[in-house]
Design a protein around this ligand. Structure first.
Ligand code: ADP
Length: 456
């Protein structure tokens, strides 16, 4: 665009320049009456000079279209009738740029008004007393302009090439700088993946990487928490499973080490071993229930269940155990309740609550179970007169293997998994569980579950 503009501007300037110069000469021609007398040395010299200056040819044509003067000396005496010449005699100047051949052709009228601009109408009106006595036909080479622009375009190409190289270089440099922090992030994430680092990442180079790094660190810390809880769970499971085995080993060893073991002692130890086997069995059963709940998260076998009846059955099953400890077990059904629940899982959850209320009770105590409902939810309350739970333990009792008093819980056959199972089942039903307790006085667990199952 730049060179094209330069070229057309240079041509225009050249045309204006030539037009001015030749008009001046045209005036001189008129003043010196050159068309009648061509002997003026001064004018001839002037024409030669201009012709040389602009590297061009000048033809002077008189009223009979005859070439009076040709600075090349070729066409003198010949007749030239061309459109441009005729138009010029009518007072219309013409100028034309021939790009292919590289010259400008121009006709300039020789007459009284050569310095004024004519327009067509006037020219026609004045045809009779036409003041145009002759025409000056010039053709001027534009090779100089073409050469300059070719030199410029060659230089321009070099500049463009240089600029291109600089721009590409700068782009590469800048993109390298921009991408560098992201490469750092990728490298750091790679290290985490390979397990080479566990600490939080920090790539504070700019905001975008900060966002990615913050999000990644959050994921990392979540993974860490999950990993810790998994490790804790595995170590708890191993510990819990090992305890009954250790007891059994001790009992068996002490029997083996003694000679002539009395039958009563033998029977007593074997009964203890059997009890430990039962315990081991219960832990494994509870663990399997939990794992199954985790695996089938959200998979419930929903049906409309009569909750009052379900609780009646639980009470019936647990009454003998309660009777053993002389604990009174009562069920109060405020109203009949039917809800969309998974019967098997909910039986497991509610049994754990009532069983705990019996287990952690005192002698001659009571367990009071109440079931009620409003138009949206049903509630179950399991209140006991037992040993109670310290407030600081409320948030932990639902964790796997957590027991307020480990030895007491073990003594009475607890695994520490019951409440974890209960809570998991209740949450699967989009319900909630809460606990209220007073140490030494008793505990109340309250469960709230929607009557209609909400799948999401
Ligand atoms: P466990 O098998 O030991 O009973 P749970 O998960 O059922 O395990 O209960 C966790 C702990 O919460 C128990 O060890 C016990 O300390 C406490 N707990 C649960 N229910 C009661 C209750 N009704 N009264 C007093 N303490 C309770």
């Amino acid at each position: 665009v730049f060179f094209h503009n330069y070229q057309s501007r240079a041509i225009n300037v050249r045309m204006a320049e030539i037009s001015n110069q030749f008009r001046i000469i045209a005036n001189h021609l008129v003043t010196n009456n050159y068309l009648q007398d061509m002997s003026s040395e001064a004018i001839n010299a002037e024409l030669e000079q201009l012709s040389n200056l602009y590297d061009g040819r000048v033809l002077i044509i008189n009223g009979n279209f005859k070439v009076m003067k040709d600075t090349y000396g070729i066409s003198e005496g010949k007749t030239i009738i061309s459109e441009e010449v005729i138009r010029c005699f009518r007072g219309q100047d013409s100028s034309r740029y021939n790009k292919e051949e590289g010259y400008i052709e121009m006709t300039i009228p020789i007459g009284e008004n050569t310095t004024e601009n004519w327009n067509v109408g006037e020219a026609e009106l004045l045809e009779e007393q036409n003041p145009v006595k002759g025409v000056m036909l010039t053709s001027v080479s534009t090779d100089g302009i073409a050469m300059t622009s070719s030199v410029l375009s060659r230089r321009g190409f070099l500049v463009e090439l240089l600029m291109g190289i600089v721009i590409v270089g700068m782009s590469l440099g800048i993109s390298y700088l921009l991408i560098k922090p992201f490469s750092k992030v990728t490298k750091a994430i790679g290290e985490v993946r390979e397990g080479l680092r566990t600490d939080a990442l920090s790539v504070p180079d700019y905001e975008e990487t900060e966002h990615i790094v913050t999000a990644f660190n959050q994921v990392l810390s979540r993974m860490r928490v999950l990993d810790e809880s998994r490790q804790e769970f595995v170590s708890n499971v191993s510990h819990e499973l090992k305890t009954p085995l250790t007891s059994m080993k001790v009992l068996a060893d002490s029997l083996l080490m003694q000679e002539d073991v009395p039958l009563e002692l033998y029977q007593e130890f074997m009964a203890d071993i059997a009890a430990e086997i039962d315990r081991e069995n219960k832990i494994i059963t509870d663990l399997l229930s939990l794992v199954k709940l985790d695996k089938t998260k959200g998979e419930l076998n929903i049906s409309a269940v009569d909750i009052n009846e379900l609780l009646e059955l639980i009470m019936k099953r647990l009454r003998p155990i309660a009777a053993k400890q002389d604990v009174e077990l009562t069920l109060e059904s405020v109203r009949p309740v039917t809800a969309e629940v998974d019967e098997v899982k909910l039986t497991l959850a509610f049994s754990n609550l009532v069983e705990n209320a019996v287990k952690y009770n005192r002698e001659h105590g009571f367990v009071h179970v109440t079931v009620d409902a409003d138009h949206q939810f049903f509630t179950l309350q399991v209140a006991d007169s037992g040993i109670g739970i310290p407030e600081s333990d409320y948030e932990h009792i639902f964790e796997r293997f957590y027991r307020v008093d480990k030895s007491h819980s073990r003594e009475i056959g607890g695994t520490g998994l019951g409440l974890a199972i209960t809570r998991s089942v209740i949450l699967m039903h989009r319900g909630a569980i809460s606990v209220q307790s007073k140490e030494g006085e008793g505990t109340t667990f309250t469960v709230r579950i929607p009557l209609n199952y909400q799948s999401n």
